[in-house]
Design a binder for this molecule. Sequence first.
Ligand SMILES: Cc1ncc(COP(=O)(O)O)c(C=O)c1O
Length: 405
Amino acid sequence: MKVPLLDLKPEYKFLKEDVDKQLKDCFSSQQWVLGPKVEKFERKAAKYLGINYAIGVSSGTDALLLALRVACLKFKKKEFFDKDDEIVTTPFTFLATAEVIIRAGAKPVFVDIDPDSFNISPENIKRAITKNTVGIIPVHLYGRSCQMAAIKKIAKDNKLFIVEDCAQSFGASFRNKKLGTIGDFGAFSFFPSKNLGGFGDGGLVTAKNKKDAELIKVLRNHGQTDSYKADYCGYNSRLDSIQAAVLLAKLKHIDTFNKKRIQIAQKYNQAFSSIKDIQIPSEQSAKRREYSVKKRRISENILNSMRHAPCAMPCSHVYHLYTIKVSAKTRAKFISYLNSKGISARSYYPVSLDKMKAFKTAKVPYKLENTNKVIKEVVSLPIYPLMEKSKIDYVIKVVLSFFKK
Ligand SMILES: Cc1ncc(COP(=O)(O)O)c(C=O)c1O
């Protein structure tokens, strides 16, 4: 049996009627860039997320970049950051998160992650703050929320902005607030493999007030405040109508699809929890920490009963990726065993960003001990909303057979 990491074909089959209808509207209107479909998608996305403004852009990368540029205009009254301005983020993420910091003029500061949640650790953010720190980009990696209460407190105490990188976490929440609505800005990606994905590149920036939202719209269209009147150095970062059309059809099902991801993750968790050589994705540790911050005692039973609720818990997880940890010495053998049995499995991410030449100007204030360890241990297994039961069962069987050999 062949099991890919992600198969988009069943999803298209399921949504075909609506997607095709939405696309036909584009064909007959011949409206391809921005336009009514994009405006409708922006309204629906803002309503779904529970925020005043959502602005469609050409990619998740541009969403992050535009959010940073507007943060700079807002908080520094300048178009670009100074090269000494520091923005704290994680080195355990996709390249785009840090690349945009440099493109916006600032310096990435890489701090260590929590080894269980894989997300940036608030304690380490705190340790890295200097007089030059201007902002934080927490990344809700694999679809799992960062500890946003602690991160918000750090930002407030130190007058820093927050741009949430929600590229992998559309629909996930922190304490009943959707991710991307907690910091100053949220940046989403609609790359086809994302849990809300289009038929090409696309992205979204969320903003809380009209002035910020208007500035994002100006920057996404070459900095023009009026036709041929560019007040800022902007970009061609507009969202296509075709992407908005596809996303309008998919957005209706995002909760159902995220729920299906959670159910598959639960099945995997149940099957793998007894294998001592596998560490299943941990939600517990972050929850415990959030609760301990509030000095509340909460029994193991209550925590367990709430374990996978998508919205009820502080740090919810929508499993854009299902990622386990195995020992560094077993990983390569484990992945090639899965591959030999027809199962795709990969390590996201195999290299820490601070090791890349592109980020040689970045600052690493403390040793990235957890990142350096985790990078050798993570393995992502196949997960997608319409994954057939036979495939889920097959993945479980093959994984168990490796560890029980
Ligand atoms: C965490 C993270 N941030 C940013 C991005 C950039 O999004 P895009 O590929 O849409 O530019 C991605 C996409 O892979 C991502 O995973």
